[in-house]
Ligand binder design. Sequence first.
Ligand code: ADP
Ligand code: MG
Length: 396
Amino acid sequence: MSKLIVRDLKVNGKNVFLRVDFNVPLDEKGEITDVTRIKASLPTLTFLILQGAKLIIASHLGRPKGKFKPELSLRPVQKKLSEYLKKEVVLAPDVIGEEVEKLKNSLKNGEILLLENVRFHPGETENNEDFAKELARGIDIYVNDAFAACHRAHASVVGITKFVPVKAAGFLLEKEIKYFEKMFQAKEKPFTLILGGAKISDKIPVILNMLDKVDHILIGGGMAFTFLKAAGKEIGKSIVDEEKIEVAKEIMDEAKKRNIDFQLPVDFLTAEKIEKGVEVKTVEDGMIPGNHMGLDIGPKTVELYSKIISESKMIFWNGPMGVFEIEEFSKGTTSIAEAIAESGAISVVGGGDTLAALEKAGTKERISHISTGGGASLEYLAKGNLPGIEVLDEVR
Ligand code: ADP
Ligand code: MG
C-alpha cells in the first residue's frame, strides 16, 4: 500500500483544491525574503495546469489568529507565483463565501485561483466541520503538497478531506513521505540520529520513539546541557530545561540498557555572553567556568561525531550544534554538515535553523533530502505518521 499521487489522477476539467505551503518569510515592507517554498510548489502546480485542472490553491501565512490581517494577505505570493508561472493567478478576496464561489465557478481548464490566507478564518485551526465543508464546496479532487502543515489537524489539511471523494499527495509531499518512511523503517544500518538546537522538549518524543530504531544518537546544541546536567556535569550558565532533567536521565538509562550509543559533547566553546567578538574559551567536558555558557561543540566532539557519521548508512539531523548565527560558534554546526555531506549515507535534514546552517555550510546539494517541514519532520519521527498524510487515499 502506498499513497495516491497526483501523477496518477485524471484532472482535466476537474476542480482541484491544492493545499500548499506558501508560509514565506516577509520583511517589514511586506516583501518576500525567501521564495524557496513558492518555487518548491511549481512541479505539482505546473503538472496540474498542463493537465487542464481548474486549480484552487490554499495556504496559510503567519498567524493571523482567525481574523483578516492585510499584512498577512497572500498578495505578495500571488505576484511571485504569477511571475514564475508566466500566467495570471487570481487572488480571491476571501477563503470561502459567495464571491469566492463565483470565482471558483468561472474557472476554465488550466486557470488558477489563489484563496486568501486560510487562517483568516478561525475554522481553519479549529478544524471546524462547517468551514471544512465550505472549503470543499464544488471540489472534485484534493491534493496536499504542504508537508510542513501535515502535523496540524486543520480544516484545509484534515477536515476538508471528509467532503472530497479523491485525496492525493503532490510531488513534494511524495518525496517527503518516501524519505520519512525510509527513516522510520530504519532498515539501513548503522542509523545515526543527530539532534541539537535550543529546545529539548520538541526533540524528546523523537528520541523516545526512535530509540529502538537507531544505532547512534549524537546530541549537540543547547539541548545537550539538560542531558549533561542530568549526568551530573558542571554546565556553568549554559541553557538548561530543569523540567526535563528527569526524562533526560531516563532516556540515557534506557539507551544504555538497549546498547544504543548515546553521545554527549566532550568539549565546548564557551563565552560569558552570546555575542559577536566575545572572548571564547575551548574547554573539556565538566570544565565549563561558572560564569560561561557552552555555545558550540568543541573540536574533539567534532572529530568524534564526524567519525561516527562517516561510518553511518542512514542519518537524520535536526538542530544546530551551537549558536551558528554567530561566526565564533558556527564551526561545530558547519563541520557536522560537512561530515554528513561527505558520508555518502542516506541523509535527511529538517528544521528552519538547521537549513539556514546548511545553506551557510554550502553542503545542501550533497544531502539526500532536505525536508520542508521542521515541526512536521520531528512529529513524523515521533509518531510514524502525520494527520495530514493519514487522510490521503491509499493505492495498491
Ligand atoms: P531548528 O529551527 O533547525 O529546528 P531549533 O529552533 O531547535 O532548530 O534550534 C536553533 C537555535 O538553537 C538556534 O537559534 C541556535 O542559536 C540555538 N542554539 C544552538 N546551540 C545553542 C547553545 N549552546 N546555547 C543556546 N542556544 C543554542
Ligand atoms: Mg527554529
